[in-house]
Ligand binder design. Structure first.
Ligand SMILES: *Cc1c(COP(=O)(O)O)cnc(C)c1O
Length: 373
């Protein structure tokens, strides 16, 4: 008996009839690109995120890139990005002609540290990307205050945070826009690539829609050169089905996190995520613990048939891709913590018994590796 990190096949089997019917209706209608399935999902997802607009695009990386292009910042602007995120976040900044400035993350939430971000603001800084990492909302009050003070745009990378809330309000609606990924393993995942931009700004939504579709709205009325990055009909129809189940799945993730927290408390060398405060909704795309003996713990869990992950093995400043920035040697928490983070199995596929097995194995490792005082 193993404990899977993720179980996409199991999830499909639980909703197979609905998914198969949706796929078949898209094909029967030949609504492959654009069309009513895309329009319907965009409307449903905007309503779900409690925002005015949703623009479907090809993937979550494009969502960031397209939105940064729509913002039309002066080229070469400095954009603040957390050091602990997936490379897509910083890649989008560079690809849209701007300069990445990595900021440290908070040692408890792992999201961007507003105080460190403040220290890195210069006369060229124009934007902050708030990544709601692991499904946990960033410190939005602090970030928005900082942005107001310095005239910065805030873009929220919500690729891991569908349905997450900060003080009762959905993420993605604090800054100029929230960008989403529907990569299969995300909390709301397609059966291929997909992404979206969610915003309350009518003009930016319109501009994103044009950029993503060759600079046009109608068939051949190209107002400028855009690109081709569209959410397709099959993925949209699949996402509409899955969106109906999302709240139930998220609630199960939250319950699993609560059980992990209860069962893993009081271990000296294991740091477990805090329970979110009042009004905060962490949707646990990942349940990440910190342990100095991370590699040994991961290997031990593997011998017990427990799958784990590492997000991410190297803080971004340490990657070869960012050697040119010279931030690898900075004594940031993010640059030190990357060797200690471990993602435990997480998802609606886990039973309470699975969670207990994982927690017992972690406790067993801890008992064996920690000398009793
Ligand atoms: C997955 C992810 C992305 C990129 O999404 P894709 O759909 O894979 O392009 C961007 N940012 C973060 C934080 C992610 O986790």
């Amino acid at each position: 008996m193993s404990v899977r990190f993720l179980d996409l096949a199991g999830q499909y089997l639980s909703i197979q009839k609905e998914i198969d019917a949706a796929i078949s209706s898209v094909i029967t209608a030949s609504a492959f690109i654009g069309g009513r399935y895309v329009a319907a999902f965009e409307e449903e997802f905007a309503a779900y995120q409690r925002a005015a607009h949703c623009v479907g695009v090809g993937n979550g990386t494009d969502a960031l890139e397209i939105f940064l292009e729509a913002l039309d910042l002066p080229s070469g602007s400095e954009v603040l990005v957390p050091a602990n995120t997936f490379i897509a976040t910083s890649e989008a900044v560079t690809r849209s002609g701007h300069r990445v400035v990595f900021c440290d993350c908070d040692p408890q939430s792992y999201t961007i540290d507003p105080a460190d971000a403040a220290r890195r603001i210069t006369s060229r800084t124009r934007a902050i990307i708030a990544v709601h990492l692991y499904g946990q909302p960033c410190a939005m009050d602090e970030l928005m205050a900082l942005a107001r003070e310095h005239g910065l745009k805030v873009v929220e990378d919500c690729a891991q945070a569908h349905g997450a809330e900060y003080k009762g309000r959905r993420v993605g609606t604090f800054g100029e826009a929230g960008t989403f990924s529907f990569y299969p393993g995300k909390n709301l995942g397609a059966y291929g690539d997909g992404g979206a931009i969610v915003t309350n700004n009518d003009d930016l939504a319109h501009r994103c829609r044009m950029i993503a579709n060759h600079g046009r709205i109608g068939k051949y009325d190209h107002e400028f050169e855009g690109r081709n990055s569209r959410l397709d009909g099959l993925q949209a129809a699949i996402l509409s089905v899955k969106l109906r189940h999302l709240e139930g799945w998220l609630e199960r993730r939250i319950a699993v996190a609560g059980l992990y927290r209860e069962l893993l408390s009081g271990l000296a060398d294991i740091v477990v995520p805090d329970s979110p405060g009042e009004g905060m909704r962490h949707v646990y795309h990942l349940f990440v613990i910190r342990c100095r003996e991370r590699d040994r713990l991961q290997a031990f869990l593997k011998t017990r048939g427990i799958e784990t992950g590492v997000h991410y093995p190297q803080a971004l400043p340490k990657l070869a891709a960012y050697a040119y920035l010279g931030q690898a040697g900075e004594g940031m928490f993010a640059n030190r913590a990357d060797g200690e983070l471990l993602s435990l199995p997480m998802g609606e596929h886990l039973s309470d018994a699975d969670v207990r097995r994982v927690a017992e194995a972690v406790r067993e490792f801890h008992a064996e590796s920690t000398p009793t005082p």
